[in-house]
Design a binder for this molecule. Sequence first.
Ligand code: AMP
Length: 402
Amino acid sequence: VKVLVINSGSSSLKYQLIDVERHEVLRSGLCEKVGFFGSFIRYDTPAGEKTIEMPMPNHQEAIRLALESLDNPEDGVIASLDEVDAVGHRIVHGGEYFSEVAYVDESVIEKIEELIELAPLHNPAALMGIEACGILMPDKPQGAVFDTAFHQSMPAKNYIYPILIDFYKEQKIRKYGAHGTSHRYVSQRAIEMLGGDTSARIITCHLGNGGSITAIKDGKSYDTSMGFTPLDGVMMGSRCGSIDPAIVTFIMDHEGLSSDEMNNLMNRRSGLLGVTGISNDLREIDNAAQEGSEVARLAIDMYAQSIRKYIGQYIVELNGVDGIVMTAGIGENSAMMREHIFAELDNLGIKLDSEKNAVRSREARFINAEDSAVKIMVIPTQEEYMIAYDIKRMCEEHGLAQ
Ligand code: AMP
């Protein structure tokens, strides 16, 4: 089964054609500046990356070019689009409606529309992607995989905020979490690596430019650090994560900021970038720290501490922990940050093996010391594969399998 996985942003579109049984990405590409001047499509070929500048006034044109990159006679990877069995869309917000993959029909589209209020930038882009695929490939089944879905298993005590309950009842203000597909994939993989024990208590740390931590109980999300929006939780590249909520109104009053400006400050100019003024990219901060920048060192310590606090919190919520997983850009690649995060936790039975930690690899692996009671794993996340598998399962359940 070949699934086209699409991740539509407001002005970008990432896509991968995945052969599910062979666990192989046949083509990976992206369209940038969709709807703007200077748009281009870029995709991987055996001879390297290929970039073509093309006007893309809308998502339909972007998807048309993405499809052309799949079956063009010059460097296509399939003979014809007939070989594509289904399309899977990554969608940010599924609200309380979706706890798993959904076959896209009119009622699903209506619900995604209804949720625009909760994801004003992302859900409209996803809808444009769905509409465009419906026009360009009307006979292909489409499925939606939601970033929030995995966290729908959280108990109410972990998702209701201590504010007037009417805000939950009337406006659905609650914790939704994010990165669900990634947490689901790495937690399933961790359970396999721990010998298949589905009752294993696991903490998954997705640390990329955005970051979130999830407590996994019985294979399900029990609590997670992102909240009503992806702004909450740990310190991130350019997002502040949890801060005293009174700071928000204080800054708005003192600086005369609108809610949009304050949102922008917290989402784009805070976190590693805000503290250092250097970058939101940990690699650059690490370089600056090595050259003696005090503020870069402070930001690294703050980042590690913010992750440690959540690990501590979730050890309490899970009454212990069997495995901790590191994934995404920082979690998979920064041995330095992992060293900081796991320093001095030996009294909790958590011990890193510095040599194993320093090895660079694309493989899922253990990096804990032999005598560590808790296993520490690095598991490269595979959100697109997970989406492709979900879509294959959806097709089988709907009798659409080839
Ligand atoms: P992601 O959002 O998962 O693509 O992660 C992106 C982030 O991963 C970048 O902003 C970097 O901060 C971080 N990253 C990637 N590679 C490394 C590395 N080798 N060392 C430190 N940080 C890295």
